[in-house]
Write a protein that binds this ligand. Structure first.
Ligand code: FA5
Length: 349
């Protein structure tokens, strides 16, 4: 062994220690130079026996001194690395408590759903039960049982999405064009007194514009009992609209035609923007009135078909489209905006 082995090893070990940049490198360095089994210093101590007594003393003392020096240097380097790791983590994980909080985006109910809930709440408090029915419907319920037979011109009032599949032995399938089929489905199963409100989607094969969508939400109202007349229909609708649009609202019934009611009516409400004045009002296009829904007295033939004695019982029904109602309620000028899902619009409600 060369006598300068210890100083050479010292230089090499200290250079390598300065280059060890993390915990793993530090451990590897310790094993390589100070390891009890295969460490380089242990290697030098093992070969002392081959030296003269004089050299053995010198080299032995130098090796012992280097062991102490390297252990101390190791500890110092270890602490240095810990300090800089801590400083780094403080720097990168710094929290600025003075920053304004990020807004917490919260979802909300669609305005049409909000209005639907208001209407159903009002219906419930007037004694109506809520029932729902299928959106994929049989021609029988959507048309035939409502006195709209095949080839009847009144079918033109409802542009229909037809479904290719058929149920064996049944009339064709379609996407219901209105919620009125629920009148039939309910009267098949229940006898008077009847008071139901039936909400749900209805579909029409429609060219869309500012007031026409191909999908809409309707609420159907049906009441069948002894002695019901147009006065009850009018009173119910007036109460409903006053609850929604304010206690001073008035409504107007105009004769209209739906095959399943007699008499039938288009119901309008006085414009709540101009209070029915009309002149110059964009909301009601200067008429003072806003068309709200179709309604009428349930046709006696339908009651009889459902096994309800039409000499004893009478009924009224109404069907309203919520997207148009919501346009009035929230002051939105284009029906197509509801389902474009633009958050700039929807987040306002
Ligand atoms: C009917 O659907 C009848 N079932 C209403 C009825 C029920 C009459 C019970 C008598 C007794 P109508 O097609 O007019 O009627 O539609 C009713 C409402 O749905 C309209 O007043 C309108 O608010 C809405 N509506 C109709 N078509 C569309 C459409 N394409 N887009 C948006 N809303 C529509």
């Amino acid at each position: 062994m060369a006598l300068d082995a210890v100083p050479l090893l010292r230089n090499e070990a200290l250079t390598a220690l300065a280059a060890a940049g993390d915990d793993a490198a530090l451990r590897a360095w310790h094993t390589a130079y100070l390891g009890r089994k295969d460490g380089r210093l242990t290697g030098i101590l093992r070969t002392l026996g081959s030296l003269s007594i004089e050299d053995r003393k010198t080299v032995g003392a130098a090796a012992t001194a280097l062991t102490l020096e390297l252990e101390a240097a190791f500890e110092a380097r270890e602490q240095e690395l810990r300090r800089s790791a801590l400083a780094r983590s403080i720097e990168t994980g710094r929290v600025d408590v003075t920053l304004p909080a990020r807004p917490h985006l919260q979802g909300g109910l669609h305005p049409v759903t909000q209005l639907l809930r208001k209407i159903l709440d009002a219906c419930r408090s007037m004694g109506f039960s809520i029932v729902e029915g299928p959106e994929v419907e049989l021609d029988y319920y959507n048309f035939e049982a409502l006195r709209i037979p095949q080839d009847h011109p009144a079918r033109d009032m409802w542009d229909t999405f037809w479904i290719d599949e058929r149920v064996a032995g049944q009339t064709p399938l379609l996407l219901r064009t209105q919620t009125s089929p629920m009148q039939i489905r309910f009267m098949e199963e229940h006898k008077p007194p009847i008071r139901i409100a039936s909400p749900g989607r209805a579909y029409r094969f429609e060219a869309t514009d500012t007031t026409h969508e191909w999908m809409m939400t309707q609420v159907e109202i049906l009441a069948v009992d002894e002695g019901l007349n147009m006065g009850h229909l009018k009173g119910t609708l007036l109460d409903l609209f006053r609850r929604l649009f304010g206690p001073e609202r008035r409504i107007r019934l105009q004769a209209s035609y739906f095959p399943f009611v007699e008499p039938g009516a288009e119901v309008a409400m006085d414009c709540y923007v101009c209070n029915g004045v009309g002149t110059g009002c964009a909301s009601c296009h200067g008429t003072g009135w806003i068309e709200m829904l179709g309604a009428g007295m349930v046709h006696p033939e339908i009651l009889e078909n459902m096994g309800i004695d039409s000499r004893k019982y009478t009924g009224f029904a109404a069907g309203m489209g919520l997207e148009r109602l919501a346009m009035q309620y929230y002051g939105v000028p284009d029906i197509r905006w509801w389902y474009q899902n633009d958050l700039r619009l929807l987040s306002q409600f």
